[in-house]
Design a protein around this ligand. Structure first.
Ligand code: NAP
Length: 250
């Protein structure tokens, strides 16, 4: 029996990358996992299959975020599979690394709609489904705390807003024994960073050199931390910004 046996989790953006890593880890720990995706149903099914192959239980929830009514649509879909949630991980997000001169209003609005508005309303409409003693983890970014990549400013701003949401929400949900934290990854090898890491000469080595540990992060580096916060051991950590950058900010 895993430490999360009997718990239900929902991980947004779990078809690929960090979200998939988190979903697989929570599944291994015994949680039944809702694997949310936007457009990539095949990848979500792969995540579900991987969790089941490891002896766990999972189901896919497909809803594109960033559109009006997205959060309610997500919960309607979720409700077809489960009657409540113990662990909610707001992970789905989009990036944008164009300089301020090249960010149009539609780009800005889309970033905030997917990265900030969606998690806000997923929580807002999920509060009655979230069980007492539960966990909310919002996946932020080290870029909310450093100007080392100023061309990612608008993206970093969305993560700053998410961090304020985590901090204040912890006071709202605390009386119910629900913890809320931001987990901030550094550079992790995913589709999101593929161009920088694999498509640019020297990109991998430069990224590795940013971390104090001299390597590029893996999805499991973030997933293991989220699993700790989701576990009983994480019960006294709330309202926190948890650094998962491998020392990239030191
Ligand atoms: P990724 O590989 O690009 O995967 C993104 C995931 O989010 C996919 O499952 C995708 O679903 C989903 N998603 C994206 N836009 C969506 C939308 N509009 N509606 C519904 N689902 C959507 O990303 P990642 O690198 O794993 O990043 C995961 C989280 O970590 C994000 O919050 C990101 O900001 C944060 N982060 C990443 C890094 C890094 O170096 N990778 C560093 C710091 C923070 P589909 O498969 O259906 O498209």
């Amino acid at each position: 029996m895993g430490v999360l046996a009997g718990r239900t989790a929902l991980v947004t953006g779990a078809s690929r990358g960090i979200g998939r890593g988190i979903a697989e880890r929570l599944g291994r720990d015994g949680a039944r996992v809702g694997v949310h995706y936007g457009r990539n149903e095949a990848a979500a099914k792969e995540t579900v299959a991987a969790i089941e192959a490891a002896g766990g239980s999972a189901f896919a929830v497909g809803v594109e975020l960033g559109l009006p009514g997205d959060a309610e649509a997500l919960w309607e879909e979720f409700d077809r599979h489960a009657d409540g949630v113990d662990i909610l991980v707001n992970n789905a997000a989009i990036g944008n690394s164009r300089p301020i001169e090249e960010i149009g209003e539609p780009d800005y609005d889309e970033l905030f709609a997917v990265n900030v508005r969606a998690p806000f309303f997923i929580v807002r409409h999920g509060m009655r489904r979230l069980r007492d003693g539960g966990r909310v983890v919002n996946i932020s970014s080290g870029l909310a705390r450093t100007a080392v990549f100023p061309h990612a400013m608008a993206y970093a701003m969305t993560k700053g807003a998410l961090d304020v949401f985590s901090r204040d929400l912890s006071k709202v949900l605390g009386p119910r024994g629900i913890t809320v934290n931001s987990v901030a990854p550094g550079i992790i090898d995913t589709d999101n960073t593929a161009e920088m890491l694999h498509g640019t000469e020297g990109g991998w080595d430069r990224a590795a050199a940013i971390s104090a540990l001299g390597r590029v992060g893996e999805t499991a580096d973030v997933a293991d931390l989220v699993a700790f916060l989701a576990s009983e051991g994480g019960r006294w950590v709330t309202g926190s910004w948890v650094d998962a950058t491998g020392g990239s900010l030191t």
